[in-house]
Design a protein around this ligand. Structure first.
Ligand code: 7TS
Length: 420
């Protein structure tokens, strides 16, 4: 790793960003673990929640709770209003053209499965091709393998270089008449690589292929504009963007969603049911069968309000500076090797250390109050590509500090003493 290769996202500085003020909004960040102040560096797995999200969910249950889209009574109308307002917040957050293009799902994983089973099964035939990349999370691999098995379609995989960047020349060669779908992550959870998804979508569209972007790791860390990217589908998870678990968003272009069959049958997704035939509801409701995760949706709306108020550009700039700082520290730490050194990179510091297994590193750090993840990060092909069984991974959010990274590197010094 060249320590001079700093990644300042957007080329913008984090002027006016007050990390200490932000930290006060997250109650858990002032807790201690094993008597040490918590340094939470596992944000790629899930993020912590600001008080405003916690309060919104509390207020929903204490003052509004009712089922949506059915009652004429006051509470049901209130709940429906909050629920649908959150849809508009999600629409605006990723700059979708219409609220109808926002489907609430359980998370990125369910969004991808929905597209694979609904769009995929009705559009792909034997011999058609699906393109993914080497650095996908298993959630953006397995649903396509299942679809390939069901339809006879073929999966192709874009290779990467030693920095963890996609080889676009190889991607270009893979595209062709048989390409029906390209499914690619916006930002890698294992390496931090930010992929040029706008360009990749443009290239795929020249062959009339559809493009799904897995934005699980991008949405919490940078401004996302689905219309500027011109992707056909985009998915993200609420819990990674400071909202509740069990809720996420699938964005799809309206004309595609309208043509797709429902994913699940049940209440709310119908307009008329007889035993002979069922007429389906319009989008987005056609894809939201059953009572939805109402408090999850409303809590997600509060989370999107929160990060919008902080400012996504500011978050990206601050995290870029923090990543550059952490990269410098880890590059200078004896025996440490950073895995994932792309020029365009988000706040992921994946690394290995001589003589110490990543699980041992994570366990020792835990005793210091430092939470990181160790393992394959649900991206086993990435581990195979770099010929490592696992990595230790510190993943950043805008509430992390340089001091926490100093503590991380100091604790790695202790790991070295134990294992040398
Ligand atoms: N896609 C990417 C790029 C991810 O990082 C993850 C979760 C998912 C999809 C799945 O998201 P879910 O909310 O539907 O589960 N990534 C991680 C991680 O890096 N550590 O734990 C989960």
């Amino acid at each position: 790793m060249n320590p001079g290769k700093e990644q300042i996202l957007n080329g913008e500085r984090s002027a006016g960003f007050d990390v200490q003020a932000c930290r006060k909004d997250f109650p858990i960040l002032s807790s201690t673990v094993f008597g040490k102040p918590l340094a939470y560096l596992d944000n790629a797995a899930t993020t912590q929640k600001p008080q405003s999200v916690i309060d919104t969910i509390h207020n929903y249950y204490t003052g509004i709770n009712a089922n949506v889209h059915r009652g004429v009574h006051y509470l049901s109308e209130q709940a429906t209003c909050f629920y649908e307002n959150a849809r508009v917040k999600a629409q605006q957050f990723i700059n979708a053209a219409e609220f109808r293009e926002i489907i609430f799902v359980r998370g990125a994983t369910e969004g991808i499965n929905l597209v694979a089973q609904s769009f995929g099964r009705s559009n792909l035939r034997r011999g058609d091709e699906i393109i993914i990349s080497t650095i996908e999370h298993h959630s953006n691999i397995v649903p396509w393998q299942m679809l390939a098995e069901q339809t006879g379609a073929v999966l192709k995989v874009i290779p990467i270089n030693d920095d963890g960047e996609l080889l676009l020349d190889e991607y270009e060669k893979m595209l062709g008449k048989r390409t029906k779908l390209v499914a690619v992550g916006h930002m890698s959870n294992a390496l931090g690589t930010i992929n040029p998804v706008k360009k990749m979508a443009e290239m795929a569209h020249q062959w009339n292929a559809r493009v799904l972007v897995d934005g699980a790791q991008a949405v919490p860390h940078m401004p996302v504009d689905v219309r500027a990217l011109d992707c056909d589908f985009y998915v993200f998870s609420g819990h990674k963007v400071f909202g509740p678990t069990g809720i996420g968003v699938l964005y799809g272009k309206a004309e595609l969603l309208e043509a797709m069959p429902p994913y699940q049958g049940g209440g709310d997704m119908i307009s008329w049911v007889t035993f002979g035939k069922t007429l389906y509801n319009t989008i987005p409701y056609k894809f939201e069968a059953g009572t939805p995760h109402i408090e999850g949706v409303i809590g997600l709306g509060a989370a999107l309000d929160y990060v919008s108020a902080v400012g996504m550009n500011r978050i990206a700039a601050y995290e870029g500076e923090l990543l550059a700082y952490g990269t410098r520290l880890l590059s200078a730490a004896p025996g440490v090797k950073i895995i994932g050194t792309a020029r365009q990179k988000g706040g992921i510091l994946s690394f290995t250390m001589e003589h110490a297994h990543p699980h041992d590193i994570a366990t020792i750090l835990d005793r210091e109050g430092i939470a990181i993840r160790a393992g394959h990060h649900c991206a086993m092909p990435v581990m195979e590509r770099f010929a490592v069984p696992a990595t230790a991974r510190a993943s950043l959010a805008f509430y992390n500090t340089q001091e926490e990274l100093d503590r991380l590197v100091a604790a790695l010094g202790r790991v070295r003493e134990i294992f040398r």
